[in-house]
Design a protein around this ligand. Structure first.
Ligand SMILES: *[C@@H]1O[C@H](CO)[C@@H](O)[C@H](O)[C@H]1NC(C)=O
Length: 378
């Protein structure tokens, strides 16, 4: 003999009553990229679909990019945004009882980093300093602090959206540019912070006139470095992971590079040293060059009706655009196809299409041309 408490009987019978109503949402869990569309379908057992509503868990209103079909059973997000992430509920109401089904939407989006300081951060020698880098982005980005000009990771945390560098007491040699980088499968983002440590009793503090510059191949470049400190620091220049170009001179903290080439691109380091220590400052220099075009092949003999394939190749700073022409004619033969990578294709060449085919390769510095002689036998 056993007794069921009365309350339990009521509970059991109400469970039986609402058993008729089963609500499920398909898909149950889905991950989409930012900007992609996504739909969820609500399946309501036997109930009339007129009493169906969609809700976002922990918020009253559905985001404004959510669309609900006329029969209320299909919820569509046209252009998924990070704030669409979360749990959604399809709730079916009376008279058939009340039940809901849930679905989880995850949004993948590229990281964006933010620092708790902007601009150069001037601190006094010996002071404590904390720099914090935080990021958004899903999947959760890998966050790394690096020092400009060094490949060493300073701090890496993979389990958190915040990555912090802390100095209990900064030293003059901690002056420099620090980079926080965040990377996930969707992209990467970085932010820089320059830290200038001041006021060491006579310790050197180096600074460069520009931290980033571009130069054109063959031109001369000057970089200036200044240093404070007592006694007056000695200034020396070096290049990261390479010797200084041989056509260089240094005078009074100014580094001059004559007739730079592409291989001279890189980070240049000014080092100011005195008895109290040293301080480094970096200038990143990139050498850009005009295009240099060649045509492959540069001579071509064809029969009328043959296909013509020519490829224009160019060295130089990207982006490079290509333009084909034929000497003495204003347009290419009918049926010609050109591609962004410099290819020219003519499916059926005619005897009258022989001549000098010229390709002009252009970037923001200049233009270079190369030609091919094409002869067509009738
Ligand atoms: C700068 O000078 C200091 C002291 O001479 C030296 O320890 C340091 O390696 C130098 N840095 C570079 C980049 O040459």
């Amino acid at each position: 003999m056993f007794f069921l408490p009365k309350a339990l009987i009521v509970l059991l019978s109400s469970a039986v009553c609402s058993q008729a109503l089963v609500v499920t949402v398909e898909p149950k869990v889905i991950t989409v990229r930012q900007g992609e569309p996504v739909s969820f379908r609500c399946q309501v057992g036997s109930a009339s679909p007129s009493n169906v509503v969609w809700k976002k868990t922990n918020s009253q209103r559905l985001p404004d990019n959510v669309q609900i079909s006329a029969d209320n059973l299909l919820m569509t997000i046209v252009n998924a945004r990070p704030e669409n992430q979360g749990q959604y509920r399809c709730v079916a109401g009376p008279p058939a009882g009340r039940a809901f089904g849930t679905a989880v939407l995850n949004i993948k989006f590229p990281p964006k980093v933010r620092l708790n300081h902007v601009g150069p951060l001037r601190v006094r020698i010996g002071d404590p300093v904390t720099v914090e880098c935080s990021t958004t982005g899903r999947p959760r980005p890998k966050l790394t602090w690096k020092r400009q000009g060094s490949t060493l990771q300073l701090v890496t945390t993979t389990t958190s959206d915040v990555n912090t560098i802390q100095w209990p007491a900064v030293r003059p040699e901690d002056s420099g540019v620090y980079l926080c980088q965040a990377e996930n499968t969707e992209g990467m983002s970085e932010s820089k912070l320059e830290i200038i440590v001041e006021g060491g009793l006579g310790a050197p503090v180096a600074s460069v006139s520009t931290s980033q510059m571009t130069a054109i191949e063959g031109h001369s470049v000057t970089m200036q470095c200044q240093a404070t400190g007592s006694p007056t620091p000695e200034i020396s220049w070096s290049k990261l992971r390479a010797p200084l170009p041989w056509k260089h001179s240094v005078a009074g903290g100014v580094l001059t590079l004559n007739s730079v080439g592409r291989q001279d691109s890189g980070q240049y380091i000014c080092n100011a040293t005195n008895v109290h220590g040293y301080s480094e400052a970096y200038t990143e220099m990139e050498v850009e060059s005009p295009p240099y075009a060649t045509c492959l092949p540069d001579q071509l003999r064809l029969r009328a009706g043959d296909a013509l394939h020519l490829q224009c190749l160019a060295h130089g700073t990207h982006p490079i655009t290509f333009q084909w022409s034929i000497s003495g004619r204003s347009v290419l033969p009918p049926g010609s196809e050109t591609a962004r990578d410099g290819k020219l294709f003519i499916p059926h060449i005619r005897a009258s299409d022989g001549g000098t085919y010229t390709c002009a390769a252009t970037n923001h510095i200049g233009t270079s041309s190369a030609s091919a002689r094409v002869t067509v036998k009738g």
